[in-house]
Design a protein around this ligand. Structure first.
Ligand code: ZN
Length: 152
């Protein structure tokens, strides 16, 4: 499997392309949920599960370490939108509290579900373009278990 992926793109080393990596292009491709290297293959194989390799060009995407960053950015963005709307509606119409609960809780959840994947894609694209976390084709092999506590 890995052999076929490497042979399909001669510019790759261990699934990592060696070409030029534009930050803005990678961010946009990731935000469109596409592979930052080719822009055509799907980055995710499920809602928030990043594919190990791009299904189109074979670029290794398993080096990504988005961790909690997408949720932090989602909270900041959705929070600003929803809180602004809550304040605007409250000041303009003074609706009852049940209206606020029925309106803003579902809207918050829906908005978060919508923006979470593009934000994660953009962050993976950013990591890829900046050669972070093993995306560097000239880097040594990725350290397998970084969570191992230092020996005493
Ligand atoms: Zn690709």
């Amino acid at each position: 499997m890995q052999k076929s992926l490497e042979s399909s793109n001669p510019h790759q080393h261990d699934g990592r392309s060696t070409g030029r990596r534009l930050v803005s292009q990678s961010l946009l491709r990731g935000a469109w949920l596409k592979c930052p290297a080719c822009g055509t293959g799907a980055m995710f194989h499920r809602y928030l599960k990043v594919s190990d390799n791009c299904p189109d060009c074979g670029e290794a995407l398993h080096y990504q370490r988005a961790d909690d960053a997408p949720t932090y950015f989602t909270i900041v963005i959705v929070g600003h939108v929803v809180v602004s709307l809550v304040l605007a509606v409250e000041m303009a119409y003074r609706p009852p509290l049940w209206f606020h609960a029925a309106m803003w809780l579902p809207l918050t959840i829906i908005l978060a579900m919508i923006v979470l994947a593009p934000i994660k894609g953009a962050l993976v694209g950013l990591q890829w373009s900046l050669l972070m976390h093993g995306f560097d084709p000239n880097a040594e092999e990725e350290i397998g278990d970084q969570l191992t506590p230092p020996s005493a």
